[in-house]
Design a protein around this ligand. Sequence first.
Ligand SMILES: N=c1c2ncn([C@@H]3O[C@H](COP(=O)(O)OP(=O)(O)OP(=O)(O)O)[C@@H](O)[C@H]3O)c2ncn1[C@@H]1O[C@H](COP(=O)(O)O)[C@@H](O)[C@H]1O
Length: 107
Amino acid sequence: MAEFSLSELETIIAQRAQSGDPDSWTVKLFAKGMDKAAQKLGEEAVETVIAAIKGDKKALVSESADLIYHWLVVLGIAGVPLDDVLRELESRTGRSGVAEKASRSKG
Ligand SMILES: N=c1c2ncn([C@@H]3O[C@H](COP(=O)(O)OP(=O)(O)OP(=O)(O)O)[C@@H](O)[C@H]3O)c2ncn1[C@@H]1O[C@H](COP(=O)(O)O)[C@@H](O)[C@H]1O
């Protein structure tokens, strides 16, 4: 199991977005805004689909990583926390108490 989480990547992206580092791809995407970031997300999704259809497992891993990174950038630009998506997924599992817990934590 990899010792890395989407939550950690979300934190890295938020920190890099604030860094102002001219060499940072994250900074560039945040500066270009949602249209460009969403376009990149779409491109990475298509590249992931192509890798899957070709049965190219190595490319599927790499393109999936690109896809998830760009998805988190889009969430960041939109101001949507990863946790909101995880809560939505959790609520779909039908686990009892999940919806109640989510609504309580949202205040
Ligand atoms: N996970 C990623 C990640 N995945 C993909 N990419 C970048 O996404 C960019 C776009 O991918 P493409 O394949 O489309 O590359 P490209 O063809 O050069 O791009 P275009 O010319 O089409 O615009 C590349 O520059 C990749 O480096 C990423 N950039 C950053 N991260 C993570 O974000 C952190 C901060 O990165 P910086 O913001 O660059 O410091 C890194 O340490 C990583 O953890």
